[in-house]
Design a protein around this ligand. Structure first.
Ligand code: KG4
Ligand code: ZN
Length: 349
């Protein structure tokens, strides 16, 4: 089965062709066009993102088909990101994919962006199989999930405020590192002294219903105060970056390890843009050494891309899931197959 994947939820226009054979995905092509325009503004400007998607969606899809050596008649289905994301940006990819599917009589499936991130490591690690614990850390989400099977997920915990990637980006902005800040902050942290700035590890020791929850906004405020108190930011910048990154990573590793211990699973999937952080992946591997294996895709497949959307969509299409022609993008699209963990559900709900 050959699937075209399309992703346009934020500031990457991407298309990919994937072959699914005997349940195993293999990538035929992947094109990712990142929108540079947002660098001028220090963050993604939704209207500009939509317009940039509109300009390039057709050539990006054509290029992915050409690199795979086929035209649309060689496809068996189309998978397109349906949410969550910027609504105007999602609309461009979704309408393009939907129109192609309708025009050529192809089955269509609207993919949840985070389920895409969950499938990303399967593209390089065909042996990856549930059950596992997944930590999905991106610019918009932070989720700890137990995957009992593909399509059967339990939400253990998520962030109460900022997403992990958002915290990296905001702290990078405080340190004057520009946008997008996550990769630059990681680079600078390598040069920083560990322990010179000791920031809080929010929610790390939380118990009961809060034990799997995250909160990054207090950590960001602690860095802001340290920046304001610094009399020489050029001297302190790398040490501040190191202090922040160590705190954020301690929390992510601690929560993932606890979830592995509680569920008894021996596989951890690390996904989303923040999973590009090598220090995070390295520390995770050190901590679970001997009792669990960590699966993380390479950076090109961890940041937003259509290959992961094609992988998740191919799994759904193969088992007969279809979106109808009324498919619309949704910012609050429910994660298919995800149930709230009753134990971690806040008492007020
Ligand atoms: O998954 P993604 O590409 O887009 C969303 O779905 O949000 O994630 C982007 C996020 C940004 O916040 C970016 O700063 C962060 O991933 N990121 C990193 C690194 N590379 C990307 N954060 C920390 N360290 C990195 N090396
Ligand atoms: Zn993403």
């Amino acid at each position: 089965m050959r699937i075209l994947g399309i992703e346009s939820s934020c500031d990457e226009t991407s298309a990919a062709v994937l072959t699914l054979q005997d349940g195993r995905p293999s990538l035929d092509s992947l094109v990712i066009l990142s929108q540079d325009v947002h660098k001028i503004f220090g963050g993604v400007v939704p209207e500009l993102a939509s317009r940039a998607h509109l300009r390039v969606i057709a050539p990006v899809v054509d290029q992915a088909l050409a690199e795979a050596g086929l035209d649309v008649t060689g496809l068996d289905g189309i998978a397109v990101t349906a949410g969550p994301g910027l609504i105007g940006a999602l609309l461009v990819g979704l309408m393009y994919g939907k129109t192609m599917a309708w025009q050529h009589g192809l089955p269509l499936y609207g993919v949840h962006h985070l389920e895409g991130h969950l499938f990303a490591p399967t593209l390089e690690h065909p042996d990856l199989a549930p059950p596992f614990v997944a930590l999905l850390v991106s610019g918009g989400h932070t989720m700890l999930i137990e995957a009992r099977d593909w399509g059967d997920y339990r939400l253990l915990g998520q962030t109460r405020d900022d997403a992990a990637g958002e915290a990296f980006d905001k702290v990078a902005a405080l340190l004057g590192l520009g946008y997008p800040g996550g990769p630059r902050l990681e680079q600078l942290a390598h040069e920083g002294l560990p322990g010179r700035f000791r920031f809080p590890r929010p929610m790390l020791d939380a118990e009961g219903a809060d034990r799997h929850a995250f909160s990054f906004s207090g950590l960001k405020t602690a860095v802001l105060r340290a920046v304001q108190q610094s009399d020489n930011l050029d001297r302190d910048r790398a040490d501040l970056a190191r202090g922040f990154q160590d705190a954020a990573i301690d929390v992510m590793v601690g929560k993932a390890v606890q979830a592995l211990e509680e569920t008894g699973h021996s596989t951890l999937v690390l996904g989303g843009g923040v999973a590009c952080n090598r220090t995070l992946a390295g520390r995770m591997r050190e901590r679970v050494d001997g009792f669990a294996r960590v699966y993380v895709a390479s950076p090109r497949l961890n940041t937003d891309n259509a290959a992961m959307i094609a992988a998740a969509g191919a799994w759904h299409l193969a088992r007969g899931d279809r979106s109808d022609w009324a498919l619309e993008p949704k910012d609050n699209l429910p994660f298919p197959g995800l149930v709230m963990d009753r134990q971690t559900e806040p008492a007020t709900r």
